[in-house]
Ligand binder design. Structure first.
Ligand code: ADP
Ligand code: ZN
Ligand code: ZN
Length: 749
């Protein structure tokens, strides 16, 4: 071995959680950093891996160490804090390191995809005046090409130059042979950040001057950033209070110091306006490049975006959950918009919560994290109460616009009065017609796609349930089918009850299609359009519809929670919540919280322009807390009452919940095994952890698998996860029982 060889520690991306050591030639070592991607031999194969330590020492003989065979990129693809973050996610969410790295690093980078190279041209050896004259005479096209190239300040892309001058390859090659121009191959600059998401049309805002409340909050954030170090601020601001402007002010403070910014939204596709606003405002502010990170990027765009951030060429990333892993080296600020959104939780391994990871990353980086919401999560509320987070409030809508007036309609009375089951109350119909006459717009919100929730036989009570899942099938009228929203199975809608052959079939409950129908019936002249997962399957349709809605071509928009987020349409003066109870009666301790958040978020879509807004809420339980507090817009009081009830039952956020699901095709086997597991855990953890179950999950059967769960309540998730992992590795695991561990679960079905 060469005395100058160094040792590096590597996490291989190869299906096992070990740290391996390699030698690296000193010449190569200069280009290797913590976070570099390298190719290394493992056994008789090669694999890629991340360097986690340079200048390491290994406890094996040096001569036994193999050499690093290749360094994939000339810059690190992860930062040091990101490496630490990976370890935290691994231990907290109980995932394999490989799966954590797979989630953190986008596939094209993880696979060492090479950046696309293009040919670039610049002027070569300067021709003498005689040469030029000769060129002019014998090859005028070459002369023209030479003149053009020699006037450029920097090398230009060959293909662009040829196209621009309409020059042929022969002309080009002639010049090249003479040495008057030079060609080099360079990494192409594809512009991932110029993606079209940001181009959603929205009124060009004049430079906005913050109002007093906004200035105060912005000042508080900036002061915290100036002080340096880690801090988390919860910005609690009513809908339309201008939170985005406040974030922008803090973002500029970071950018002014040359630092980068991470901005998270629950879903890029559903918040085009927020994303567009951030981009255009930053572009106007300086030539800082913003990378928009979303699921529709091509591999090439992903590679370029990632590398632009890793190299510091781009300083801002705006994106959904996974953008929290963007390799910004000199991070100055993290913003998490709509921090209460369940969409921040990933529902596959590693089941991390984007907001919580963001806070932890801010801690590792020693920077400020801003969480924004009109309806904060109980988790963040508790952290404010405990003094862990600072709170900044925005209590007013901008320009003294008033918050919408909310009317609660008791559907029990409505049905008693009309003596039939109806979808739209008299009040809602009245107001819809009124808006239509005044050429204002309305949004109707129903949290279920399809036509109705289930098929009910009026003679025998039969409800058609999916063969593979224990949930009722949903009736879709457009194609006369019954669909399972869990496994996607579908069948033709029956004309007669499959059980007793009675023709008396009733469609129970309602979905977006039924509401669309009902509105069309009461207002035949109005243009009604529906947005839900069914319409969303067509690319671009969502944005087209939003465009049509903005330009006034649509009178009533009917949709699921997809339309609840971040949309800002000044001409919307009515929002109807068709069935407020849908989210209220689910078996989840967050049912109240979710309902309250949905009500306020949806109603926040009304009255955002100069016209005041109104909200009609239809419910069978008008006196339920979330509905009453939402009617009064009383967020603080709701949080207080909800926190009390959570504390009484010692539910999160008072203790952490870890949920373990066991599933498999044989119900007896799954349940027996879950029992055994629970017993082992009980013996090991004693009274450090409270166990509940095993019991069948709310959805007992899903895609032909029977499901049982154990709930663990604990103050220390990492310790619990380590215990569960240890037990799982000791116990003989049947091949047809699968487990899923979920720390701080957001879905309990
Ligand atoms: P929020 O996120 O709190 O619901 P937004 O940030 O979307 O609110 O702001 C709502 C609207 O008010 C946007 O159109 C925004 O451009 C505008 N706005 C925000 N702050 C101001 C201000 N100080 N003066 C004028 N308009 C503002
Ligand atoms: Zn029947
Ligand atoms: Zn199914």
């Amino acid at each position: 071995m060469d005395l100058n060889d160094e040792i590096v520690a590597v996490w291989p991306l190869a299906g096992f959680d070990k740290t391996l050591h390699y030698k690296i030639a000193s010449s190569m070592a200069k280009g290797v950093f913590e976070g570099s991607l390298v190719r290394v031999p493992v056994g008789r194969r090669f694999t890629l891996g991340i360097v986690v330590e340079t200048g390491a020492t290994a406890d094996v003989e040096l001569s036994k160490l193999k050499m690093v065979s290749q360094v994939c990129y000339d810059q690190a693809i992860m930062t040091k804090p990101l490496l630490k973050l990976a370890e935290w996610i691994r231990t907290y969410y109980g995932a394999k390191r490989e799966s954590v790295l797979e989630t953190m690093i986008p596939a094209p980078i993880r696979q060492g995809m090479s950046p696309k190279r293009d040919k670039y041209v610049s002027a070569g050896e300067a021709p003498s005046p005689e040469d030029l004259a000769a060129l002019e005479r014998r090859a005028p096209k070459q002369r023209a090409l030479y003149d053009f190239v020699s006037q450029q300040f920097k090398p230009q892309k060959k293909s662009l130059i040829l196209a621009r001058l309409n020059a042929s390859a022969a002309t080009y090659n002639g010049l090249l042979k003479k040495g008057f121009i030079r060609e080099e191959s360079r990494v192409a600059e594809r512009v991932a950040y110029e993606d079209d998401i940001g181009k959603v049309e929205f009124a060009d805002e004049n430079e906005i001057v913050l109002n007093d409340e906004q200035s105060e909050v912005a000042e508080s954030l900036r002061a915290s950033m100036a002080k340096g170090g880690f801090a988390t601020h919860l910005v609690q601001g009513v809908t339309g209070s201008g939170k985005t402007e406040v974030y922008l002010s803090a973002m500029r403070a970071a950018l002014d110091k040359g630092q980068g910014v991470l901005f998270l939204v629950p879903e890029v596709a559903l918040t085009p306006q927020t994303v567009g606003r951030i981009r255009s405002r930053l572009a106007r502010y300086s030539d800082i490049q913003t990378v928009v990170w979303h699921s529709h990027l091509s591999d090439g765009e992903r590679l370029d975006g990632w590398m632009a951030l890793a190299s510091g060429k781009a300083k801002v990333v705006v994106g959904a959950r996974s953008a929290v892993f963007a390799p910004i080296a000199n991070l100055g600020l993290i913003v998490v918009d709509e921090e209460h959104e369940p969409a921040y939780k990933q529902d596959e391994t590693p089941r991390y919560h984007g907001r919580d990871v963001a806070v932890y990353r801010a801690f590792l980086e020693g920077v400020v994290c801003v969480l924004g919401s009109a309806t904060p999560s109980l988790e963040s509320y508790r952290n404010v109460k405990r003094g862990k987070y600072a709170i900044d409030r925005l209590t007013q809508r901008v320009d003294d616009r008033s918050l919408p007036m909310m009317f609660v309609v008791d559907m029990r009375q409505e049905i008693a009065r009309t003596r039939k089951s109806i979808q739209l109350s008299t009040l809602l119909v009245e107001k819809l017609r009124d808006r239509f006459e005044r050429k204002e717009q309305s949004i109707l919100f129903i949290n279920r796609r399809g036509f109705s929730s289930s098929m009910l036989c009026q003679d025998c009570g039969h409800v058609e349930v999916c063969d593979h899942c224990s949930v009722p099938m949903t009736y879709h009228r457009t194609d006369e089918t019954l669909k399972c929203h869990l496994c996607g199975d579908e069948a033709n809608a029956p004309m007669r009850c499959p059980s007793c052959k009675s023709p008396k079939i009733r469609w129970k409950g309602m979905g977006t299609q039924r509401i669309e129908d009902a509105v069309t019936r009461v207002m035949p002249k109005a243009k009604v359009v529906r947005i839900d997962a069914d319409t969303m399957s067509r690319k671009h349709l969502f944005r087209e519809i939003l465009g049509d809605f903005r330009s006034g071509k649509i009178d009533v928009l009917v949709g699921t929670q997809m339309i609840a987020k971040g949309l800002d349409f000044p001409n919307v003066t009515l929002v109807g919540i068709v069935d407020a109870d849908l989210s209220l009666h689910i078996p989840d301790f967050r049912a109240n919280e979710r309902t309250f958040q949905l009500l306020l978020q949806v109603s926040g879509r009304a009255g955002r322009g100069d016209l005041a807004g109104e909200v009609v809420v239809q419910t069978f339980t008008p006196h339920a807390d979330p509905i009453q507090f939402a009617r009064q817009g009383d967020v603080d009081h709701f949080l207080e009452v909800e926190a009390e009830s959570r504390e009484r039952f010692q539910y999160p956020p008072y203790r952490h919940l870890v949920r373990q699901v066991f599933r498999g095709p044989n119900p007896d086997k799954v349940s027996f095994f879950a029992e055994q597991f629970a017993k082992r855990v009980g013996e090991r953890v004693g009274n450090r952890v409270e166990l509940r179950g095993p019991a069948p999950c709310a959805i007992e059967k899903m895609k032909d698998h029977y499901r049982f769960q154990i709930w663990y309540f604990s103050m220390n998730v990492t310790a619990l996860m380590a215990d569960l992992e240890a037990i799982a590795s000791e116990i003989g695991w049947p091949s047809d029982v699968i487990q899923v561990l979920d720390a701080d679960p957001m879905s309990l079905s």
